[in-house]
Design a protein around this ligand. Structure first.
Ligand SMILES: *Cc1c(COP(=O)(O)O)cnc(C)c1O
Length: 362
């Protein structure tokens, strides 16, 4: 059997090293994982209660329409319920969207060092990804992106803030960008806001503003980060109604399981959890900024729950040394950044332990 060259050459998504595997490999009893942008404060008790209550209905198929979640998010965002599509993580929505928009031979376009899932999903659909160079502060270069557009490009992927850089594009930049590509009928813009709730920058404008203003905007959000249910896989997109309709046709009927739906509903009500999640991350960022400043290390001010730091030396080696000491962080060589580490923020004590080991290793 012969498979297409895109499939044969596909490099799968590199996930953070699991805690259990690290313990086994290095014979450690205590391991700190600051590698997958997970919420460090743990699961909300409201989520645990909701899941417990939902357990007795596990013999039933889940609600195929995610009715309650749809109603709730529609009220929160002030968008029509018909514009919402939920997925098994926002990753599934990304996958579906590329399948929907692109024929083999078509292209998507994004930034260099943008979230790598776009490229992987595209390649699996025999779709090529154009990557536009970032500017020197590791920000997405929207002008450069517009210049590279061709008639082959069907989707622009714009993670804002971006993973793994933590950088963002501001309102003025986005306004200008949409003056050029807004309302085009042959090209849609996906604004991926996985880290939306962690943004502190005052000149940030969220994608909802552009969704309401232009016809070719798609928003992607997730419950994996600030809402702390990465393990349940729940994400969604806000799309123009006719596109949402097509997404519903191609998705699997029961793509979001019943526990995820129950948990998603519960966490949206837990304002305290949201506030605490934000505070822990912001405190962690400020802690690392101060330490890195003192160590003379260059970092990229982050609007997300992780931080990219330039070690000015081979980052894989440093990361391997940290692993032996029970600290999992993320080298980002798969993004072409050989000297950088991405550190997900943990609890204050986890940050301090990671910092202590990092200082020793360096
Ligand atoms: C983590 C992340 C997601 C979320 O993926 P899920 O499949 O919803 O867990 C989406 N986009 C970006 C940029 C991310 O970093």
């Amino acid at each position: 059997m012969k498979f297409s060259k895109e499939i044969e050459s596909l490099v799968p998504y590199k996930t953070g090293k699991p805690i259990s595997e690290t313990k086994r490999e290095y014979g450690l009893s205590q391991v700190y994982k600051l590698a997958s942008n997970e919420n460090p404060i743990g699961v909300s008790p409201k989520v645990i209660d909701a899941i417990q209550a939902a357990l007795s209905s596990l013999h039933r198929y889940p609600d195929p329409t995610c009715y309650e979640l749809t109603q709730k998010i529609s009220k929160i965002l002030q968008v029509k319920p018909e514009t919402l599509v939920f997925g098994n993580g926002s990753n599934e929505c990304i996958d579906l969207l590329i399948r929907l928009f692109c024929e083999p031979g078509d292209k998507i376009i994004t930034s260099q060092a943008a979230f790598i899932a776009y490229k992987i999903c595209a390649q699996a659909a025999r779709v090529e990804t154009t990557e536009v160079e970032m500017n020197e502060d590791f920000k997405i270069d929207l002008n450069g992106l517009v210049q590279k557009l061709s008639s082959k490009h069907k989707l622009i992927f714009l993670p804002n803030p971006n993973n793994p850089t933590g950088t963002y594009v501001n309102q003025a930049e986005l306004d200008l960008f949409f003056e050029q590509v807004g309302d085009r009928e042959d090209l849609y813009v996906v604004i991926d806001e996985a880290y939306n709730e962690f943004v502190r920058a005052t000149d940030y404008q969220d994608g909802l503003h552009y969704f309401k203003k232009y016809k070719n905007v798609i928003l992607s959000r997730t419950f994996s980060k600030v809402f702390g249910i990465a393990g349940l896989r729940l994400g969604y997109m806000v799309l123009p109604e006719e596109i949402a309709n097509l997404m519903h046709r191609i998705r699997n009927p029961f793509n979001v399981n019943s526990l995820s739906q129950a948990a998603g509903l519960a966490i949206l009500d837990d304002k305290e959890y949201l506030k605490k999640s934000q505070e822990v991350i912001w405190q962690g960022l400020d802690y690392f900024y101060e330490k890195f400043d003192r160590m003379g290390l260059k970092y990229y001010p982050s609007q997300a729950n992780f931080l990219l730091v330039d070690l000015a030396r081979d980052a894989k080696q440093v990361s391997d040394e940290l692993l032996k000491r029970g600290v999992i962080v993320r080298p980002v060589a798969n993004y072409g950044l050989m000297q950088h580490l991405r550190i997900s923020l943990g609890l204050p004590e986890e940050n301090e332990i990671a910092m202590k080991h990092l200082q020793e290793v360096l």
